[in-house]
Design a protein around this ligand. Structure first.
Ligand SMILES: C[S@@+](CC[C@H](N)C(=O)[O-])C[C@H]1O[C@@H](n2cnc3c(N)ncnc32)[C@H](O)[C@@H]1O
Length: 367
């Protein structure tokens, strides 16, 4: 049993069954034993790999997207670029390197990184050594939005790491799934909250109308709260946002809570604090939150299509031209991994947000 499993078992014994959201929050963010607190989980030696860690091309093209958004908003003298959940800092570093060429953009930038893990903050500080940046524990310490200095948000695989609640449709209505300690099997087990909660008020109309008994649905109040805070910054500063993740284009039922360790799926209730826990992002719920608070969400774009529209093939050819055989092969396999529909190309989706009536956004249909 891991040290964190002991802590959670004591917690359950003391206060009763635990929601999936509390369990996920503790497993990922417990101040001593949380997954993101005790390790750098990225890459071959870790548990999973993210797009910025696959190739510099990903961050470079996102950098060009932001530079274009800045130009289209009149090249303001000051601009806040805010990354949520920056991992090793690779995406921000690639954005900044690629936009050195955009005259005036870098000079206007104030860089902000919103990160809860002190361990990952250290990696980010190393990666971004040459730049001045400000770190934040949460969105509350960001500078207040002002119409003269847009707030630009970027987050890759951030929402999928935020806690979810799970609900099961029973004959008596929606009941929350909870985690208990089972003395017989000496492990954690699933159960249902005996009391009704108000969480089902967050379900989409379609799920409420159509879900059958036995269906599982997921809601993430913290994701909605954070989207609403970002929306307020974007709406009041003529800002933009780009959010990349895997998940549902339209709210849907299903159990998407999953655990990954050493690049393999494992049971979510085992390896507390030693496996990555994620859930599919409900893009519809997040887009609705932005739209409610003075922003416009553009139709979701698949990652592969976005990168193609931003010129990933030309960039890959340019990088290959200067590379040796091994580098050429690496670039070609990274290109495939990021854009191919069998790989990350259509699984990962990009949600672009702008202030209502804001200028166009490169690559997105409705721009
Ligand atoms: C899956 S990683 C993605 C890292 C990076 N964006 C990438 O693509 O490589 C999730 C990141 O979000 C951070 N994180 C998780 N919950 C957070 C929260 N509530 N506030 C800020 N950062 C958080 C983690 O520490 C980690 O840096």
């Amino acid at each position: 049993m891991t040290p964190l499993a002991h802590v959670i078992r004591q917690h359950i014994k003391g206060t009763g069954p635990m929601s999936v959201a509390d369990y996920m929050g503790l497993c990922l963010g417990h101040p001593e034993y949380g997954y993101y607190i005790t390790r750098d989980p990225f890459g071959k030696a870790g548990d999973f790999i993210t797009a910025p860690e696959i190739s510099q091309m990903f961050g470079e093209l996102i950098g060009l997207w932001f530079a274009q958004a800045w130009i289209d908003r009149g090249s303001p003298k000051e601009c806040h670029l805010i990354e949520c959940g920056p991992g090793r800092g690779t995406l921000m570093s690639d954005i900044l390197r690629a936009t050195k060429m955009a005259p005036g953009f870098q000079k206007s930038l104030h860089i902000h990184l919103v990160e809860t893990s002190s361990t990952l903050r250290q990696s980010q500080k190393q990666t971004l050594g040459g730049y001045s940046a400000e770190w934040h524990d949460d969105l509350n310490s960001l500078p207040p939005p002002s119409p003269d200095s847009p707030h630009f948000f970027i987050a890759n695989e951030f929402f999928d790491a935020l806690p979810i609640h799970q609900l099961l449709k029973t004959d008596l209505g929606w009941r929350e799934r909870v985690i208990i300690w089972d003395d017989e099997s000496k492990g954690f087990a699933w159960s249902l909250n005996a009391r009704k909660t108000n969480l089902d008020a967050m379900l989409s109309e379609m799920i409420i109308k159509e879900a059958e008994t036995g269906s599982i649905a997921e809601v993430s109040p913290i994701s909605i709260t954070l989207a609403e805070i970002m929306a307020d910054h974007i709406a009041r500063s003529n800002g933009v946002g780009l959010f990349i993740d895997y998940g549902y284009a339209q709210s849907a039922t299903g159990d998407s809570f999953q655990a990954l360790k050493d690049h393999e799926f494992c049971d979510c209730l085992d390896h507390c604090g030693e496996a990555d826990l994620t859930a599919h992002v409900d893009f519809q719920a997040i887009a609705n939150a932005f739209n409610r608070i003075g922003c416009e969400s553009l139709p979701l774009l698949e990652q592969g299509l976005f990168l193609q529209r931003m010129g990933i093939e030309a960039r890959a050819a340019q990088l290959s031209a200067n590379g040796n055989d091994k580098q050429k092969q690496d670039i070609s396999s990274a290109l495939k991994r990021l854009t191919d529909n069998e790989e990350m190309g259509s699984l990962f989706k990009m949600l672009a947000i702008r202030a209502a009536d804001g200028a166009p956004l490169a690559g997105f249909e409705a721009g």
